[in-house]
Ligand binder design. Structure first.
Ligand code: ADP
Ligand code: MG
Length: 617
């Protein structure tokens, strides 16, 4: 068998995605690999396909039990023999799995890193050939990765102890260079083939909103999503509780997840979401790693997270199967303060770092927060801003984010820039620098008590921009900071300061331009949303059938078929097995198992809807 037939027969896909084939080829030729690809890019197949082609049992080291369980059920349903070894097994299950493992019955075994040194593991690796060791979520090895796990440090030792040196393949979605170097060094990869695919996820629609009433906005958004499922992320446990309670009171099918809940409840809530018994998960960032639910249609951030890495990781849990999905950030200025507070607090909690290291981390965290805030307030293309942050070049118009859809235009802000910079200068003349809000208040001519008590209402720049909306002044101020014409830094109370570049605005009077949203959204937007919400009758029927089969087998619906596969069925409309097999996501095993029922349903639908597009199968 070759790699394409494996892809086809077991996983039902016609072609490899970007990067997958190269990584697989290198593994098969015996080289260590490091694959850095965004969430949902399809990293699993990069080691699962070779595991089916190499002789012996591939060991996959994976940090979370839920993640392993999910992967193993997906593999089993595709006809691949696999098992996991972790603390969730009963003693009987454990010894049975070990017995079968030692007989070489599995193509892949998923193991938690904590299990690596055990006697049973040693027996296993001496009784079967281990052609490859795969480390999933490999950033867990690095202190600088977001989910550092000390037990990951023992992996190299374990690999050393194997009778035969296996191929090592490591995968992560974290692209920073420090993390990459740590992975190579700490896992002992030998001249690995590294591949970083682009971070763009074209199927995700990004949007930032700045609503006056967040909950009202959330309710409206979720209402519009109908019975699609989604995740709502909040910054604190308290707001998880509040938001979840309100949603339930408003009749939505919501559940919650945060580290303060008892283990049993947390796990039960997670399963309710995965098995579609609850449609909405309200959670802190504790939720999500290891959730491979592929049919999440939206991720709404009720608060702005502390950095773009976290945001992209969390938002990226939407649309994993490639279907269109939305990532919406509900931003408010208060989120910045809350994050600053949490960053300070975590500095004190990092007790195993030296003072100097703590300061470096603190500075880095602050810088990251600033970049996140920029994303939340930019009027330029959101996708561009994000990709640029990850070091990728991107066009300044993507057509699939709120900035691009609403449209923006390049505006000459030279005069406003002069007003803003002079205002900062005047404020400083009175004694010292102040924060952004003060600068904006003075320019806008706020009657605010503090402005008056400091005598700022006497400044020549007071009220100079009273006709300009506060939002716009803020956007322009942020733009000047990002361009280096002003700076915004300092400890607990960051202040807006002049820089060496400021003179270019007031003395040299250079032209300054920036992208600002167009006043009126164009017509196109409505239609894009309509089609996103549009329900397809056949799709709904297929979904019901899928739910029924999933319930019978006690697996999550997306293990039976992904939304993307159902959508492809709507397109192809197969009524015969041979055609059913051409649907993306339908492999041999699944066709045998489900083909007949789906084909029957589709024939029925076609016979009662003769006016629909001509069927192809
Ligand atoms: P990652 O681990 O990179 O976040 P996964 O391995 O979980 O991503 O894959 C995400 C989704 O992409 C899965 O639903 C999977 O079936 C789908 N997928 C992966 N490779 C392909 C492919 N070559 N063609 C079509 N779909 C694919
Ligand atoms: Mg993965």
């Amino acid at each position: 068998m070759d790699k394409l037939s494996v892809l086809n027969e077991f996983f039902g896909h016609r072609a490899f995605r970007k990067g997958q084939e190269e990584l697989i080829d290198h593994i098969l030729s015996g080289s260590d690999v490091l694959g850095i690809m965004p969430t949902g890019a399809g990293k699993s197949l990069c080691y699962q396909v070779p595991a089916l082609l190499l002789s012996g049992t591939t060991i996959v080291i994976s940090p979370l039990i839920s993640l392993m369980k999910d992967q193993v059920s997906a593999l089993l349903s595709s006809g691949v023999s696999a098992a996991c070894i972790n603390s969730s097994l009963t003693p009987e299950e454990y010894s049975d799995t070990m017995y079968r493992a030692c007989r070489g019955e599995f193509r892949l075994i998923y193991v938690a890193p904590e299990r690596l040194g055990t006697q049973e593991m040693n027996r296993l690796v001496s009784s079967v050939r281990i052609p490859m060791v795969t480390i999933d979520e490999a950033h867990c090895v690095s202190q600088w990765g977001q989910d550092f796990r000390p037990s990951y440090l023992h992996i190299a030792e374990f690999i050393e102890s194997l009778p035969q040196k296996p191929v090592i393949s490591a995968f992560t979605a974290t692209a920073t260079d420090t993390v990459k170097q740590d992975i190579i060094r700490l896992l002992g990869l030998r001249e690995p083939f590294s591949l970083i695919t682009g971070f763009d996820r074209p199927n995700l629609y990004f949007s930032v909103m700045n609503p006056d009433n967040k909950y009202a906005a959330l309710r409206r958004l979720i209402g519009g999503f109908g019975d699609k499922c989604g995740i709502v992320y909040c910054l604190s446990r308290k707001s998880v509780e509040e938001v979840c309670e309100k949603l339930c009171a408003d009749g939505f099918s919501a559940t919650r997840y945060h580290a303060g809940l008892p283990d049993t409840e947390r796990i039960a809530n997670q399963e309710d979401f995965i098995y579609d018994r609850r449609r909405i998960m309200v959670a802190t960032n504790a939720f999500g790693m290891g959730i491979d639910k592929s049919d999440v249609s939206y991720v709404i951030h009720y608060n702005m997270p502390k950095n773009i890495e976290s945001y992209y990781q969390e938002a990226g849990r939407a649309g994993r199967d490639g279907s269109p999905a939305q990532c919406i950030l509900l931003y408010s200025g208060k989120d910045v303060k809350t994050n600053e507070f949490m960053i300070e607090k975590s500095r004190e909690e990092n007790t195993d770092l030296s003072e100097e290291e703590k300061d470096i981390m603190l500075e880095r965290d602050r810088q990251r927060l600033k970049e996140m805030t920029f994303y939340a307030t930019t009027s330029g293309c959101l996708r561009e801003s994000m990709l640029r942050y990850f070091g990728e070049k991107a066009p300044s118009y993507c057509g699939n984010c709120s900035s691009c859809v609403n449209g923006f235009e390049e505006v000459d802000i030279t005069v406003d820039a002069q007003k803003i910079v002079s205002c900062v200068f005047r404020i400083k003349q009175k004694g010292r620098y102040y924060g952004k809000s003060m600068v904006i208040d003075v320019l806008h001519g706020s009657g605010n008590e503090r402005v008056r008590s400091l005598g700022f209402d006497k400044l020549s720049t007071y009220g100079l921009m009273s006709d300009t909306p506060v939002q716009r002044i803020r956007a322009e101020l942020d733009h000047l900071i990002m361009q280096g014409f002003l700076s915004f830094s300092g400890g607990e109370y960051p202040v807006v300061e002049l820089t060496a570049q400021s003179a270019r605005i007031v003395k040299d009077k250079i032209t300054v331009r920036m992208n600002l949203p167009k006043e009126k959204p164009p017509q196109g937007r409505k239609r894009a949303e309509d089609s996103f919400y549009a329900k397809d009758e056949l799709f709904e029927k297929l979904r019901k059938l899928r739910a029924k089969l999933a319930a019978e087998e006690k697996v999550p619906a997306y293990i039976v078929f992904s939304d993307a596969a159902l959508r492809d069925m709507c397109r192809v409309r197969p009524t015969r097995m041979a055609v059913f097999l051409t649907v993306s996501g339908v492999g041999k095993k699944k066709a045998e198992k489900y083909g007949e029922e789906f084909c029957r349903l589709i024939s029925e639908h076609i016979s009662t809807h003769p006016d629909d597009d001509k069927p192809r199968g």
